[in-house]
Design a protein around this ligand. Sequence first.
Ligand code: SDX
Length: 439
Amino acid sequence: MASEIKNRECAVLKFEGKEVELPVVTGTEGDKALDIRALRSETGLVTIDPGFVNTASCRSQITYIDGERGILRYRGIPIEELVKKSTFVDVAYLLVHGTLPTAQERLDFSSMLNLNSLIHEDMRRFFDHFPQGAHPMHILSTMINAMAAFYPNVDINTTTANIEQSCARVISIVRTIAAFAYKKSIGEPIVYPRHDLSYCANFLNMMFDSPVRPYHISPETVRLLNVLFILHADHEQNCSTSAVRVIGSAQVNLYATISAGISALSGPLHGGANQAVIEQLKIIHKDGDVNKFINMAKDKNSPFRLMGFGHRVYKSYDPRAAIIRKECENYLNRIGSSDPLLETARKLEDAALKDPYFIERSLYPNVDFYTGILYRAMGIPENMFTVMFALARLPGWVAHWREMIGDSTKIVRPRQLYIGRTLQEIGDELESRSSTFLL
Ligand code: SDX
């Protein structure tokens, strides 16, 4: 029941003969939230919401998503604008600092990214001890965590100047570690970052250059990587960003916090889906019967899910997927190549979007559905797909960490509803035990 009391909007909760007013707060885009901070003290009740489907964990100024209308904006700017007019470094600055950089701010930020792009040589030797088959996401989370041993601690008590440098360092070094992990996985010598290359060009060069096989940095591939990184840069309170906020709330240093975000992202329900999509498309392409897999995805007795489909927030076509699909088709046409998996993906999408099961549940392609096909065309190996997602999401994680340490010093510690055994239920058991059992 809503009410307008003391000229603020409230919801009135009736419980055990008591009426409790709970304030309703409104966001700048009109979203409303029930502020339940007084709920337990006023009623003794807590709320329960597995997966936090209905729960806002914080107030944030960073990213806005309208899941019904397929809208995604970073600091108020639509992604469609940013992919046309900005680079990933511009967007990283925007997310972390709140506005697009001036020419001078961009120069300073780029210089800080460049000066912080090398990893400590002792850290570089870690790569000699990872097994060749180690998944790059595991290497990435390990190495980012190890940064805490090599670089000054960065937490809520650190000075702003050091926080600035450390945020630039982790956004830059993650790219170097990712490329080194790839070189390690193929047994090639690492390629160091260069001061004369842009963020994305540097990454491609570190990945594909070699002492015996010079790599031609294609401006089109650099543009495309900027677009892909921009589209993945932030997405409000997704699983990995929430992990960053939870870990960071204990005043853990920045590197350990980001390492937790990388670990969360690696899950196949989250960032790991981009690699799972390609693995699934290969199976479906080989089998040839798209409808068989659509039916498997609908079968409640089968654990099979259509990877790259569905989203907690988007109940319409993921705006990122729409851009990536178009870029994918254009890029393959431009390089005169085709990928049979793109045809399979299109058939799968067409079949699913006509199927009542998917329509009723508002299941559409998400950011991961076409990304892998584009990475394949760019020569990125499949075990690096989720690493690409992590590189891109770094500025988002850093922005949320900074917003969180600036906002609240409250540690994240949810309540629970206990449904275990009661003392009465184990009374007999205790009696039957020897007297040595101490309560
Ligand atoms: C990312 O949160 C973010 O913003 C994440 C992300 C970001 O940028 O950070 O956008 C990146 O992680 C994208 C999602 C990548 N994951 C996948 O593609 C994995 C496949 N998708 C699903 O597992 C699922 O859709 C999730 C995990 C993405 C969302 O899960 P929800 O919101 O918990 O939804 P749900 O599992 O409760 O599903 C609701 C219904 C269920 O059916 P019913 O019980 O109502 O009968 O939809 C069904 C589900 O069975 N369903 C699917 C399905 N996804 C949901 N059925 C078949 N195939 C699917 N992919």
